[in-house]
Design a protein around this ligand. Sequence first.
Ligand SMILES: [Zn+2]
Length: 180
Amino acid sequence: MQFHRGWPKHWVKPSWNTSHSADDRELSKNTYRTKMKDADKPLSRSQIMRRVTNKDSAAELALRTRLFAEGLRYRLHRRTKGATVDILFVSARVAVFVDGCFWHGCPKHATYPKSNQDYWLPKLAANRERDQRQSAKLRRAGWQVIRVWEHDCLPPDRRVVKRIVDAVRSRQSNPSIRRS
Ligand SMILES: [Zn+2]
């Protein structure tokens, strides 16, 4: 099993809680503000490509770390019913996908490059369709599918974590779902 100790590398930590001087606090607040502002800007091509090749995304690592701390154990990136599921709970049959805001068309961060829209837009639409198809197929096979946005994982939203933990625990204790 793969597990990463400590904080995910790319996690933006609210460091003003731990800094010691007023200057430090001011500096880290400004840093944080800058990062938030950057999040609204359209991504550059190189930023996009970096996100694409990042299988173990910062968002996914952050979520996994939290789930592990909750006592859950899981498998990663398994091909199941034609989909590569990011985080699987096999005995509970819960499939969690961490959807990148760009590639999966998050409604909050839909800032697409203005150039080459003929290329991007159909591709993104196809991605969303594929997501829906894959979710439907897994559900028909008895899996509970939970799709989580990248932006809800940095850091992981309490409600998202609870939803997954509750689903796994309740299904694990249900003998009609639990696989032998
Ligand atoms: Zn988003």
